[in-house]
Ligand binder design. Structure first.
Ligand code: MG
Length: 157
């Protein structure tokens, strides 16, 4: 078995759509980034790559590469899922936390789980997503950005 953890942060930016787990979330601002800045999907990619000992998302999909400009991060996640299978592993379980003061995310949770599970070709039951605020503390609390954590368990196929 292999375990992996991932963490990512993106800053809020005017004039961008807010995309989390491939879902467009209603909010006044989106997140800044070279790709679609889907911080949740990026954390999950990094957890999987960590478990595979394959470096990180920046190594696999460099943000200097124009091909990844405004990239759909679910596509990147799908590629990472293919790499998991190619290395002889399968995903047993994954759990994620989105750390955001705003907006409220509960009503988007099932759509996000469904998108992530679909991109990885696993069951929705194998993906957990929770959301928390930081009680107005720190950069998240000041609504300067959103963070996400992910943990995954892989096993030999
Ligand atoms: Mg990122």
């Amino acid at each position: 078995m292999r375990i992996g953890i991932g963490y990512d942060v993106h800053a809020f930016s005017e004039g961008r759509r807010l995309i989390l787990g491939g879902v467009t979330i209603e909010h006044a601002r989106g997140l800044a980034g070279h790709s679609d800045a889907d911080v949740l999907t990026h954390a999950l990619c990094d957890a999987l790559l960590g478990a595979l000992r394959e470096g990180d998302i920046g190594k696999l999909f460099p943000d200097t590469d124009p091909i990844y400009k405004d990239a759909d991060s679910l596509r990147l996640l799908r590629t990472v899922g293919e790499l998991v299978r190619a290395r002889g592993y399968r995903i047993v379980d994954a759990d994620c936390i989105v750390v955001a003061q705003a907006p409220k995310l509960a009503s988007y949770r099932e759509a996000m789980r469904s998108n992530l599970a679909c991109a990885l070709d696993i069951k929705v039951a194998q993906i957990g997503i929770k959301a928390t605020t930081t009680e107005r503390l720190g950069f998240v609390g000041r609504e300067e950005g959103i963070g996400a954590h992910a943990a995954v368990l892989l096993e030999d196929r």
